[in-house]
Design a protein around this ligand. Structure first.
Ligand SMILES: Cc1cc2nc3c(=O)[nH]c(=O)nc-3n(C[C@H](O)[C@H](O)[C@H](O)COP(=O)(O)O)c2cc1C
Length: 455
């Protein structure tokens, strides 16, 4: 039987995540991001479709690079307004029992002691279904509003992230022994003080004597998601990530990132196949190819190219306002998200992108591909990506929400199930086991975080 294709839904607590302007389409309900029932309905739908996780993106600033102003992003609702992604998770967990939740939290602006506790709280409340998408952030606008003035330089962000993870591992794995909590009413002992340890961390960026505040949660360390794709980001992902997000307009571009991350995992002493790689992709599907195509055409009519360029400015730090649409895109080094620009320039020497082509491409589905067709056509295309790009699955973005996910569950999931590529039921309770990132709920033995584990 063929391998199962892993599936995450990709959403954000905002009106327009990757497909800017589509909020004006009559089928889009993105404005309901403020309503708890938007999230609980979505979670139930995804669990019915056998999805591994709902992955929630987040940023802490507005996209204000394009034209030196935030106006284009604000007008088009390009990832603004945006709420905190964490709040809806316990509500979604209450109406599901197996779906995982990958939550993005930046480590650039918060002490590890506080962030580690939030993650453990979520792991307890979801009974082990939490993943943390580790981001180092890329928007200067976030840095300005969070007391830093400007971002920490690109590669140094990853150096800080290395120490951040070390502190988190010490807290999650090395502070409380597994049998520390005894709840012995007769002796009046809830927790044995001898089994709770200070971590005594003193490093370049952080000083945390410990101990951790939370008792061990089902997975202890949440499943670690990461999306670094620059050389330094890839090394970080190869060392720490159990699931990696990659992004690129075609399987050839993505394949390079996948090979690089699997090599980095091997070099870090880990099984490269235990790192699950997801490519971002937007499926537009319906009863037939023609109906799906008609849907896509109607989406294009509502897409905002200006909003797309606002997103591109924030991702890359490159302002293309006023650039002629036939101008060719070139790579420049910035302190933003380096791989976003590379994927349209250096990563594919056979393809030159103009500014106009870029704006049209990004306006539906962001930086990833859009696959349009019946359930059979989309399933064929997913299988092609799996074989050509060597990805384990997909981070499925929406054109309209929740319509894109409803359509996918109705038309593509049954076809994938027929091919043995999607599951009917979940084997286990925790996200880590369901993803196949480790044989049990805890970090795999070859993961660097496992070194901090107490007996
Ligand atoms: C599919 C995908 C999702 C991402 N989601 C977020 C996000 O929600 N928030 C964020 O700050 N960065 C996000 N990123 C950006 C990454 O964290 C990272 O900054 C980016 O991939 C660039 O890494 P690099 O600087 O090593 O090239 C995402 C990247 C990808 C590919």
């Amino acid at each position: 039987m063929s391998e199962r294709i892993l599936l995450n839904a990709f959403d954000m607590a905002c009106v327009g995540h990757q497909s800017t302007g589509l909020w004006t389409h009559p089928d889009d309900q993105g404005h309901r991001y403020r309503d708890l029932d938007y999230w609980t309905d979505l979670a139930k739908l995804l669990e019915r479709g056998g999805f591994d996780a709902l992955f929630l993106a987040d940023v802490l600033g507005v996209y204000d690079v394009y034209g030196g102003s935030r106006d284009a992003a604000v007008r088009a609702a390009a990832q603004v307004p945006v709420n905190d992604p964490i709040m809806a998770v316990p509500a979604m967990a209450a109406v599901t029992s197996r779906l995982g939740f990958g939550v993005t939290v930046s480590l650039a602006y918060e002490q590890p002691y506080a962030l580690a506790r939030r993650m453990s709280t979520l792991d307890h409340l979801t009974k082990g279904r939490i993943g943390w998408n580790i981001v180092t952030s890329y928007l200067d606008s976030a840095a300005r509003n969070l007391g830093r003035g400007q971002q920490i330089p690109h590669d140094e962000r990853y150096e800080m992230a290395e120490e951040y993870l070390e502190v988190c591992y010490k807290l999650w794995e090395g502070s409380w022994e597994s049998d520390a909590v005894v709840r012995d009413a007769a002796r009046g002992v809830f927790t044995d003080p001898a089994k709770v340890h200070d971590i005594e961390h003193k490093g370049r960026y952080f000083e945390v004597p410990g101990p951790f505040l939370c008792e061990p949660s089902p997975q202890r360390t949440p499943v670690l998601f990461q999306a670094g794709a620059s050389p330094r980001g890839t090394r970080f992902a190869g060392t720490h990530a159990e699931a990696v997000f990659v992004n690129g307009p075609n399987p050839g571009v993505v394949r390079r990132s996948v090979d690089a991350v699997r090599t980095a995992a091997r070099e870090a002493g880990r099984d490269p196949r235990s790192v699950k790689v997801f490519a971002m992709l937007t499926p537009v599907t319906g009863e037939s190819d023609a109906l799906a195509r008609a849907k896509f055409e109607s989406y294009l009519e509502h897409a905002s190219e200006e909003g797309a360029m606002a997103l591109f400015g924030g991702w890359t730090g490159v302002d293309l306002a006023g650039a002629p649409s036939e101008q060719r895109l070139e790579y420049v080094e910035t302190d933003a998200n380096r791989s976003a620009l590379a994927s349209f320039t250096t990563a594919d020497p056979d393809r030159a992108w103009t500014v106009g082509e870029l704006a049209r491409f990004i306006a539906v589905g962001g930086r990833g591909p859009v696959v349009v067709g019946s359930g059979v056509t989309v399933a064929d295309e997913l299988e092609r990506w799996v074989s050509e790009a060597d990805v384990d699955g997909f981070n499925l973005a929406y054109a309209v929400t929740p319509g894109t996910f409803v359509d996918f569950v109705e038309h593509v999931v049954p076809e994938l199930r027929r091919r043995g590529r999607a599951r009917d039921s979940y084997p286990a309770g925790t996200l880590r086991e369901n993803l196949g990132a480790a044989p049990g709920p805890l970090l795999a033995a070859d993961h660097p975080g496992a070194r901090y584990r107490l007996g």
